[in-house]
Design a protein around this ligand. Structure first.
Ligand code: AMP
Length: 419
């Protein structure tokens, strides 16, 4: 039997209502902050991700779905969205038309990770990116947006973790310090971390090996070495969050698994989703646009994992969505009325009703069962003596009330059924 690829999942009609609800909340909250939606292709040139996310990161080093197409170009299914948004921003010179651009997106992402609870190979993220200002107001805004979305979904067990990585200049001194510190335990580090010691020492913080994390426990913290400007901005971000009643904690080990971050980084974790607890992550990336060939343009953004968020909603039972129903189910009492039912259904649908009927010539009892399965608010019987005398019988399934309506008065049915 052919099956979905390991690490991918079908989203079945029974789950769609939750997804749509999440998408609606995302869209409404972003729109209220004047973020505009952007959609980019599912694949890009591999170089885009290698140059932005960083060669030594887990994503680029191990997890990308990369393939050579027939034109011999190396392409990659997007593992994250910031690089694509920045590529589009540069390509279309969006900074020329507007000095500050605020984008949001909802999109599938692809990473060849070991599938486990909360980790898929195709998953979905929504996120936001604000390009064009170094103002810490935007750092706070971005965090507030995602916090609002998560709490708007009824999630309660949330922790905002905050850190600042400073600017690359101040980070260099720290990297030397960290390298010196780790050199003492070099032999005890995992193979990957030993390699990163020379190539990209900060990435050792991303190690999933427990003994590496044990060694890192007593490592110096980057936040103690950041530059003055980053420190001041960080204070502003913290104050803005406090004044907006967003609870947060400082996590000096939060360096995030991507190379392009500067200054503020953050994650929001849930206590309700098991070991893969991060629902979202983000931060500032003031040098990325320039690094990808654009005019120097600072930016800040985040990405949130939709599967994990929906899982958290399920575990906290935070979404009380109404039961899905249809407006009207038409039941035919005589088989030869099929084309009449077909016409009637089209007419009612034009009146904005959600309408269905039986296509399998089933018994009246089976049609009634189907109407109940679809949770029909009304059932319309067509056929029998009533039909002969020019009438249809409309039944309100909630109250049980029935009403005979003249065959020349279909619009009354629309009015009655409309909520
Ligand atoms: P990142 O782009 O790595 O900063 O991830 C942002 C968010 O996307 C994470 O906090 C997760 O919620 C989600 N995420 C990342 N990787 C995966 C994955 N493989 N499967 C499911 N969700 C993921």
């Amino acid at each position: 039997m052919l099956k979905a690829i390991t690490g991918t999942k079908d989203i079945l009609p029974t789950e769609i209502q939750r997804w749509k609800y999440l998408e609606k909340v995302v869209e409404e909250i972003f729109t209220s902050f004047n973020y505009k939606e952007i959609r980019t292709p599912v694949f890009e040139e591999t170089a885009l991700f290698a140059r932005s996310i960083g060669e030594e990161t887990d994503i680029v080093g191990k997890e990308m779905y990369t393939f050579i197409d027939k034109g011999k170009t190396s392409l990659t299914l997007k593992p994250e969205m910031t690089a694509s948004v920045v590529r589009a921003f540069i390509e279309h010179s969006l900074g020329k038309y507007q000095s500050l651009n605020k984008f949001f997106y909802i999109s599938p992402m692809f990473r060849q990770e070991r599938p486990q609870a909360g980790r898929q190979r195709q998953f979905h993220q929504f996120g936001g990116e604000a390009l064009g200002s170094t103002s810490p107001l935007l750092d706070a805004e971005i965090i507030i947006i995602v916090y609002k979305i998560l709490s708007g979904l009824g999630l309660k067990d949330l922790t905002v973790k905050l850190n600042s990585l400073g600017v690359p200049g101040s980070r260099e001194n720290y990297k030397n310090l960290l390298r010196e510190f780790l050199n003492d335990s070099k032999d005890k580090l995992s193979g990957d971390s030993r390699k990163r010691l020379d190539q990209n020492v900060l990435r050792i913080f991303d190690s999933k090996v427990e003994s590496d994390q044990e060694i890192l426990k007593s490592a110096p913290f980057l936040i103690d070495y950041i530059d003055e400007e980053s420190r001041t901005d960080f204070e502003v971000v913290k104050n803005l969050l406090k004044q907006s009643n967003i609870p947060f904690e400082i996590d000096p080990k939060l360096v995030r698994g991507l190379d392009y971050y500067t200054k503020t980084t953050f994650e929001i974790v849930s206590g309700k989703v098991g070991s893969q607890s991060a629902l979202c992550g983000g931060g500032r990336y003031d040098l990325l646009v320039e690094q990808l060939g654009g005019e120097p343009t600072p930016g800040v953004g985040f990405a949130a994992g939709m599967e994990r968020i929906l899982f958290a909603c399920e575990n906290e039972q935070s979404l009380n969505l109404p039961e899905e129903n249809i407006d009207l189910y038409i039941i035919k009492l005589d088989k030869n009325l099929s084309s009449k039912v077909f016409d009637l259904a089209l007419y009612f649908r034009k009146g904005d009703l959600v309408v269905d009927y039986d296509y399998l010539d089933r018994s009246v009892k089976a049609q009634m069962r189907e109407a109940n399965k679809f949770n029909a608010r009304y059932v319309l019987f067509i056929g029998g003596d009533e039909f002969q005398s020019g009438k249809l019988n409309l039944k309100n399934m909630g109250t049980g009330e029935q009403k005979l309506i003249g065959l020349d008065n279909y619009s009354e049915i629309i009015n009655l059924v409309r909520k």
